[in-house]
Design a protein around this ligand. Structure first.
Ligand code: FES
Length: 134
C-alpha cells in the first residue's frame, strides 16, 4: 500500500517535470522560430542618428559610430522592449534590463538579446535586414 502510494507520487512528479520541460522547450522553440520568420523577410529601416530606435521586432542601436540591430523581444517571455533609461533597455513586462550591447544585466531575463545581421545602404541611408540565404 505504502509502496503503491510512493510509486504513484513518483510517477506524478516525473510526469509533471516532463510536461514542464516540454513547455519550456516549446516556448524557446516558438520564440526562436518567430525571430527566424522575421529574419526571412526583407525589412528596411531608416538609418537615424538616435542612440536607440525602437521598431516592432528590432532595436537599432548607434553607439560609438557603430550600428547594431538587436531583437526587440525580451528573452524572458517575449514582451517588446520599448524603453531606454540610463543606457539600459528596459522590458515593460517584468523589468528585465539589458545594456546597449543586448547583454542581460537584470533579470528575470538571463539571455542576451539576439543580434540581427543587417547591411547598411549608405546611399539611401537605410538598414536592410534580410535572410542570409537571399
Ligand atoms: S518578458 Fe521581459 S521581463 Fe518578462
Amino acid at each position: 500500500m505504502n509502496i503503491e502510494k510512493h510509486s504513484r507520487r513518483k510517477f506524478l512528479q516525473l510526469t509533471a517535470t516532463g510536461v514542464g520541460l516540454s513547455l519550456v522547450y516549446l516556448w524557446d522553440k516558438m520564440m526562436g522560430n518567430r525571430l527566424l520568420a522575421a529574419a526571412h523577410k526583407k525589412i528596411v529601416l531608416p538609418l537615424t542618428h538616435n542612440i536607440v530606435s525602437f521598431y516592432r521586432d528590432f532595436l537599432v542601436i548607434n553607439q560609438k559610430h557603430k550600428t547594431k540591430v538587436l531583437s526587440s523581444h525580451c528573452t524572458h517571455l517575449g514582451c517588446i522592449i520599448n524603453k531606454v533609461e540610463n543606457g539600459r533597455l528596459i522590458c515593460p513586462c517584468h523589468g528585465s534590463e539589458f545594456d546597449l550591447n543586448g547583454n542581460a544585466v537584470k533579470g528575470p531575463a538571463y539571455k542576451s538579446l539576439p543580434s540581427i545581421p543587417f547591411k547598411i545602404d549608405k546611399t539611401t541611408r537605410q538598414i536592410i535586414i534580410q535572410s542570409p540565404t537571399s
